[in-house]
Design a protein around this ligand. Structure first.
Ligand code: FES
Ligand code: FES
Length: 177
């Protein structure tokens, strides 16, 4: 298929559990499509060439620089952005930990770091501090010095490990405990 650069393509994907669609030029970046076409402005755009990590979103569960992807490459995929983390007015545990540990100041890097941390904790539930710092090496934060971010991620990992090991009320009922 040959497309002129200003020709519009229909793009359909799942965004935060809902099917969304719009029209994009073949050269439109996913970050711009999310923000300008779909109004998902929680995704930030910093360097626009893959260095700062501000634009990180999850694509089929994997953290991806949305400034390095074309919108048309997201066709048929499952995307997750920062808008998916809180439910109604309640921040999720990672967001609350960031607030508690002063893991953000200007907040420009925060959405991207939260999305990378979300994927990281799903894959590495009991990380060491060096592992957290290694994950954060893909993100530039000019404000915090990273210490609060590291502490927040480690605290959530620790808290979640207790949740997993604690039996639910249902399990207790089934076991007649
Ligand atoms: Fe995408 Fe910086 S805006 S990595
Ligand atoms: Fe300002 Fe990270 S909080 S760049």
């Amino acid at each position: 298929m040959h497309l002129k650069t200003d020709e519009l393509c229909r793009v359909i994907f799942t965004l935060n559990g809902r099917e969304r669609s719009g029209y994009a030029e073949p050269r439109t970046l996913l970050s711009d499509f999310l923000r300008h076409q779909l109004g998902a402005t929680g995704t930030r755009v910093g360097c626009e060439h893959g260095v700062c990590g501000a634009c990180t979103v999850l694509v089929d569960g994997r953290s991806s620089r949305s400034c390095l992807m074309l919108a048309v490459q997201a066709e048929g995929k499952k995307l997750q952005t920062i808008e998916s983390l809180a439910s109604a007015d309640t921040l999720n545990d990672l967001q609350q930990a960031f607030r508690k540990h002063h893991a953000l100041q200007c907040g420009f890097c925060t959405a991207g770091i939260l999305m990378s941390s979300t994927e990281f904790l799903a894959n590495v539930p009991n990380p060491t501090e060096p592992q957290v710092r290694d994950m954060l090496s893909g993100h530039l934060c000019r404000c915090t010095g990273y210490t609060g971010i590291v502490n927040a991620v480690l605290e959530v990992a620790e808290a979640r490990s207790h949740e997993v090991s604690r039996p639910s009320n249902k399990q207790l009922e089934n076991n007649n405990v």
